[in-house]
Design a protein. Structure first.
Length: 162
C-alpha cells in the first residue's frame, strides 16, 4: 500500500488506540507504550511496507508486539549488565570499562562522518539489518556494509595504536 499523508493519518487514528492498549499491557509504562507505537508508525512510514488494507490491523499489532518485546529484552539486558557491573566487577574494572566506553564515543564522534555514525547507530543501537538501515537512509545495503566496515576499521586502528 502506498500511503498518502491522509491515508497514513487514517491508519494512525484508527489503529493507535488498539496498539497503545496492547503495548501498555506488555510494557506497563505509558511513555514506553507510546514510544513503541510511535516507533512502529515511524518504521512503517519510512519503510512503507506493502500491507493490504485488510491486513493493516494485524500487521500493526504484530509490529507493536515485536517492538514491545524488543524493548523488554533491552530492559532485561540493561538490568543484567547493571547488576553484573555492580556485583561482579571490581571498582577498578568498572572504571576502566567506563573510560573505554568514553574513549569509544570520542573516537566515533571525532573520526567518523555523520553518515557513518547514523549507519552504526541504526545497525547497532536500533538493531536494524543492513537492508532496513539502507531503506531508512536511502542507500544500498552494500553502502551500509561499506560504512560499517570502514567505521570499524577506524575504531580498531585507534584502539590498536594505543
Amino acid at each position: 500500500m502506498d500511503y498518502s499523508k491522509k491515508e497514513f493519518e487514517r491508519l494512525f487514528k484508527e489503529h493507535y488506540p488498539h496498539m497503545y492498549r496492547m503495548a501498555y499491557s506488555m510494557v506497563e509504562n505509558a511513555d514506553d507504550a507510546k514510544d513503541a507505537v510511535n516507533q512502529v508508525f515511524t518504521q512503517m512510514w519510512r519503510g512503507k511496507p506493502q500491507v493490504a488494507e485488510d491486513s493493516a490491523r494485524g500487521y500493526l499489532l504484530a509490529a507493536t508486539r515485536n517492538q514491545c518485546l524488543h524493548l523488554l529484552r533491552s530492559r532485561q539486558l540493561q538490568r543484567q549488565m547493571e547488576h553484573d557491573l555492580r556485583h561482579e566487577m571490581p571498582v577498578s574494572e568498572s572504571e576502566d570499562r567506563e573510560e573505554l566506553l568514553q574513549q569509544l564515543r570520542q573516537v566515533i564522534d571525532e573520526n567518523l562522518t555523520e553518515q557513518d555514525r547514523r549507519v552504526l547507530s541504526l545497525h547497532y543501537e536500533e538493531d536494524m539489518t543492513y537492508n532496513e538501515t539502507a531503506k531508512v537512509l536511502g542507500i544500498s545495503a552494500a553502502a551500509v556494509n561499506k560504512h560499517i566496515t570502514r567505521s570499524l576499521a577506524k575504531i580498531r586502528k585507534y584502539f590498536n595504536a594505543r
